[in-house]
Structure formats: structure tokens, C-alpha cells
Design a protein around this ligand. Structure first.
Ligand code: ZN
Length: 177
């Protein structure tokens, strides 16, 4: 497939809610392959469709990124069906090059989704693992939510965004937990 341009914070698609997939058609499997190619090209752990300008509820994750064997996981129409615990950790996003900040996440999640063949599956990710965080991060993208909306310190985060020439925090988007 193809390596696509990753949208940067400030571009419209990143703040738009994405549409459900009604059929895992050729168009959707092409999208999945573009997401995987683009994620691996950027050495990312995850990538969501709106990040390449396509507002469908699809994202991909590979927490083995950089290691010898790849393990891509495809999520279509994901739903987080259980979430508990909380953990603060440093997070980044391919749409925010070089900018990292501390965000608060659930430590354990259970997600239900369709795979690239349209088959339903349930996956559990626990103990604040990279997979647990990646699922929540990518899921948020499908609702136009960005990791900075969960930041622990908005002033520090604004300084980081400024340093990397990214637009400031949108105060009305901040999520109070
Ligand atoms: Zn992201």
C-alpha cells in the first residue's frame, strides 16, 4: 500500500469524530494497510485513521515496534467495555512530533473490536502497559480527543507545545478526571 502524510496538531481531521465502518470492504482493508505502512515508516506504536485524514473508526497498534518480529493489531469499530485503575505516564503522538507530556490514563482496559477480516474479538490490556495506554490513546483519536486533553499539567504542556511550534492547548477540550 502506501505511506501517507501524518496530520499535525492543528489540522481539522484530528478534531473531528470518525464514522463507524459498516462493511470491512476493500476500501477499509486498503486503509488498514496504509495505516500499518505509515505507522512502521514513522516508528510509531499506534496510528488512527483520522491521523491520515480519513475519519473512519479504525486504528492499528504494534507495541513490538522496533523489535525483530512485528505484531500488528487492527481495531475496527472499537468499544472500550471495561476500564479501571489509573496511571500517569509520559506520552507522545505522531501528530505532535517530538512533544511528550505526562497524561493520566486507566491502567486496565478491555476492548471489543473487529479485526481486518471483520471478525469480532475482545482484548484485555492491564497494569498500565504500553498496550493499555496505546488502546486508549488511539481510541480517543476516533472521537477527536488528543493526548494533551488528558495532560496532568496544562502550563507545562503548553510550554512543550510552544517549544515544538505546535498550537496551544484548547482549554475547552481539557478532560477533568
Ligand atoms: Zn496519537
Amino acid at each position: 500500500m502506501a505511506i501517507k502524510r501524518v496530520l499535525k496538531y492543528g489540522e481539522k481531521s484530528l478534531r473531528e469524530p470518525s464514522k463507524e465502518v459498516h462493511k470491512v470492504s476493500r476500501k477499509i482493508t486498503d486503509l488498514v494497510n496504509d495505516l500499518l505502512d505509515t505507522m512502521y515508516a514513522q516508528n510509531g506504536v499506534g496510528l488512527a485513521a483520522p491521523q491520515i485524514g480519513v475519519n473512519y473508526r479504525v486504528f492499528v497498534i504494534d507495541v513490538t515496534s522496533g523489535k525483530e518480529s512485528l505484531n500488528p493489531i487492527v481495531f475496527i469499530n472499537p468499544k472500550i467495555i471495561k476500564a479501571s485503575g489509573s496511571v500517569i505516564s509520559n506520552e507522545g503522538c505522531l501528530s505532535f512530533p517530538e512533544a511528550y507530556t505526562d497524561v493520566k490514563r486507566y491502567s486496565d482496559v478491555m476492548v471489543k473490536a473487529l479485526n481486518s477480516n471483520g471478525k469480532p474479538f475482545v482484548m484485555e490490556a492491564k497494569d498500565g502497559s504500553l498496550l493499555a495506554r496505546a488502546i486508549q490513546h488511539e481510541f480517543d483519536h476516533l472521537n477527536g480527543v488528543l493526548f494533551i486533553d488528558h495532560c496532568v499539567n496544562r502550563f507545562e504542556t503548553d510550554d512543550i507545545l510552544k517549544k515544538y511550534n505546535l498550537p496551544p492547548i484548547e482549554p475547552d477540550k481539557l478532560i477533568e478526571e
